[in-house]
Design a protein around this ligand. Structure first.
Ligand code: FES
Length: 175
């Protein structure tokens, strides 16, 4: 039996949004990275189906675009969980305990390097290598917010607050 490979396809809305991003950068030298940033901002990740479209617009192969996407830790090719937690694992934060904090975050969220998003879709946990708060690490970014001098207890408190907010939103929706 032969199997047909599944080709990823963008929805009509996604294709339109991507076309708008490409049009905004048309003719600009060095447009690939800005385009990838805009795509991730718009979609929450870089859809696999967008790689060939971006490549065609920039005269690059799909493999070249894929190579850039996978080179940078910042870009993700799968949708993220509802909350994205980034723990700095660079040297200055390591010296202040970020490895223990990372291990704790893995346990707390059910994520790890091989499975960055929890099974329930609540959390995505990612390592980062400097958040610009080196003198006051360990540093963590949760969503758009930076947090300095974090430890397992303060991380738990922040994640618990997000759990409570999610529960409250669910209550509002179902009421
Ligand atoms: S090393 Fe962690 S914020 Fe710079």
């Amino acid at each position: 039996m032969t199997t047909t490979p599944i080709t990823p396809v963008l929805s009509a809305d996604e294709a339109q949004a991507l076309a708008g991003i490409l049009a905004a950068h048309a003719g600009r030298p060095g447009a690939l990275l800005p385009i990838l940033h805009d795509v991730q901002h718009a979609f929450g990740h870089i859809p696999r189906a967008s790689l060939a479209v971006i490549g065609r617009a920039l005269n690059l192969s799909r493999a070249e675009v894929h190579g850039v996407v996978t080179y940078y830790d910042h870009f993700r090719t799968e949708p993220a969980g509802r909350h994205v937690i980034q723990v700095c694992r660079a040297e200055a934060c390591q010296a202040r305990g970020s490895e223990a904090l990372w291990t704790h975050a893995c346990r707390r969220t059910g994520c790890d390097e091989d499975r960055p998003t929890s099974a329930d879709g609540q959390w995505t946990l990612e390592p980062v290598y400097c958040l610009g708060l080196c003198a006051s690490g360990p540093s963590v970014q949760i969503g758009e917010r930076l947090h300095a001098r974090m430890n397992p207890a303060s991380l738990d408190a922040k994640l618990a607050a997000l759990d409570v907010a999610a529960t409250a939103q669910g209550t509002e929706v179902s009421a």
